[in-house]
Design a protein around this ligand. Structure first.
Ligand SMILES: [Fe+2]
Ligand SMILES: [Fe+2]
Length: 304
């Protein structure tokens, strides 16, 4: 039994009260390319010794663009997943149904918002930056795992989305204001989604055996490793984008230094900050105590 105080009614009330549109977020603005888009805890560029300040700024902005892409990418599977859970009890609790339909609609809105951000980015940055392909293939792989695995992955993503904004972005005054707002508006919805994930996990684990729950943790870690492989591809695409935008060709040693910093940063941003999030750890512990050591071990391995 999960020990949370969440309810679909509470999620629905917050969602209705804080509803927003993509235009509310953009307010007709473009990005300011004299500013950083992300705090360094997320972008991980400041410690790279072979880059000058203007090159670090460009890499920070390239990371902003890939941040948008990777969120749109991983959220691809969440829409069909949430709709499946909504259908499971379509004539049951009306409040649950109303919130889950809003949840799915929120994610389609986020995808449209993030894609618009990437279009504006390309225009303002002056070149297109490579981003990892295969979002539909990845969605198929995630949805091919057990429903608990997909929900655990979603819970992890939705908790780290909040952590990124609340702990690392909200109080940063010097970020590009539009990018700051993209993260703020996303966080408003994700704060409710993360609670609903816990409620859905509670519903489906009630009828699951300990073996099935442990298998889901194993599958989650397999997905984490697959995501890590995709992030490594994104690092190389970012280095190519940085070379194109600066007109500089990096030596093998310089590329290795950038790759090392960026791999550590991508891992923290998209995997470790989720695996270590206290609410996510609590959720895993509620599902099965045996999962705690496994996720802690994975977080440690990806932090080295
Ligand atoms: Fe989202
Ligand atoms: Fe979400």
């Amino acid at each position: 039994m999960l020990a949370n105080n969440y309810s679909y009614q509470d999620c629905l009330n917050h969602s209705v009260k804080n509803a927003w549109t993509i235009d509310d977020c953009f307010k007709g603005r473009d990005f300011d390319f004299t500013k950083r888009f992300l705090p360094d805890r997320i972008a991980g560029v400041e410690g790279i010794s072979c880059l000058e300040a203007d090159e670090k700024l460009k890499l920070n902005q390239i990371r902003g663009n890939s941040y948008c892409h990777i969120f749109a990418f991983v959220e691809e599977y969440i829409v069909p997943m949430v709709l499946d859970h909504a259908r499971r009890d379509v004539y049951g609790d009306e409040t649950r149904l109303r919130f889950l339909l809003r949840f799915a609609e929120d994610e389609t809105k986020h995808q449209a918002m993030l894609k618009r951000a990437m279009t504006q980015f390309e225009t303002g940055f002056g070149q297109s930056c490579g981003v990892i392909p295969g979002r539909e293939d990845v969605a198929e792989i995630v949805l091919g795992k057990s429903p608990l695995t997909a929900l655990l992955l979603t819970s992890m993503i939705e908790w780290f989305t909040q952590l990124h904004y609340v702990e690392h972005v909200r109080d940063e005054d010097n970020l590009d204001p539009l990018f700051h707002d993209l993260l703020r508006y996303h966080w408003i919805d994700e704060a409710q989604h993360a609670k609903a994930d816990s409620l859905l996990i509670e519903e489906i684990t009630a009828a699951m055996s300990e073996e099935e729950k442990q298998a889901a943790i194993g599958e989650l870690l397999e997905l984490g490793m697959a995501i890590d492989g995709l992030l490594a591809q994104q690092v190389d695409m970012d280095i190519a984008a940085l070379e194109a935008s600066t007109g500089r060709t990096f030596s093998d040693g310089e590329k290795a230094e950038i790759r090392e910093h960026q791999q550590r940063s991508y891992r923290w941003t998209f995997i470790v900050s989720g695996l270590e999030h206290p609410r996510f750890v609590e959720t895993v512990g509620d599902v099965t105590n045996a999962g705690l050591a496994k996720i802690a071990g994975a977080a440690t391995a990806l932090s080295s």
